[in-house]
Design a binder for this molecule. Sequence first.
Ligand code: HEC
Length: 239
Amino acid sequence: MSHQDHCPPARSSSSRRRSASAGQLRAIGLVGALAAAVITAVGCASMPSPRELDAQAAAMIKAAFRDEGIAKVDRIQQDLAQSACSSDKAPPPQVMQRIMQEAMATVKFPAAGQYLGDWREGERLAQAGRGMTWTDASADPKGNGAQCYNCHQISKAEISYGTIGPSLYQYGKLRGVTDPNSPSAEPILKYTWAKIWNSNAYMACSGMPRFGHAKLLNDEQIRHVMALLLDPKSPVNTQ
Ligand code: HEC
């Protein structure tokens, strides 16, 4: 919609002044119509388009922040997925398709097909929410937590968890992963790795952080949370 769409055509006010004489009517009508035209013209000329308003809002937000330590203002720049999924309308199907394809193309699968690490480390990471703040000395993911419990149920022992995401309790067991090294387990390992690396690969407007893509976790850390979900010895699958 262009901003002209908001501007009503100028209309004479004469028809609304039925009690006035013909002369008065013409005079009032003329003045009224002129006033209306001027207001309309000034109002419309100075009314910014939605695009201009967006730009103004973005400039205001940008001006409200400053670089501080590892937290740089460039974090507020949105990529296609972020801007399309922040709109008041769901992105059209072909945009969603593009977001998912581009997200999938970002995924780096682990060297030598080494998908799983240590589930104990995975549990520690899943519990930890620390990282990415301006008080952190380094942007290296190795100091970050994975905060999976903020959104998911995972092990039975942890009863404090968020529910924005689906429960991941018995994740590997429910998917029949009894031997992670078997060829039949590979599709599940690949899917889970890609989901954690860049959640948009399977859902264009996912609310889950893009852990690998956004450098929140490194490969070793992703292996550990993978083991928490998929190692048959992990309490997620034994209990
Ligand atoms: C901010 C919330 C949030 C955080 C933090 C989060 N997730 Fe998610 N996750 C979601 C949501 C929402 C979904 C479902 C929508 C989707 O598929 O993107 C999901 C889906 C998933 C799925 C797919 C489940 C299935 O059955 O296919 C997996 C696997 C997963 N998350 C693992 C993790 C792991 C591991 C972590 C921590 C490293 C994590 N998530 C952190 C929100 C989150």
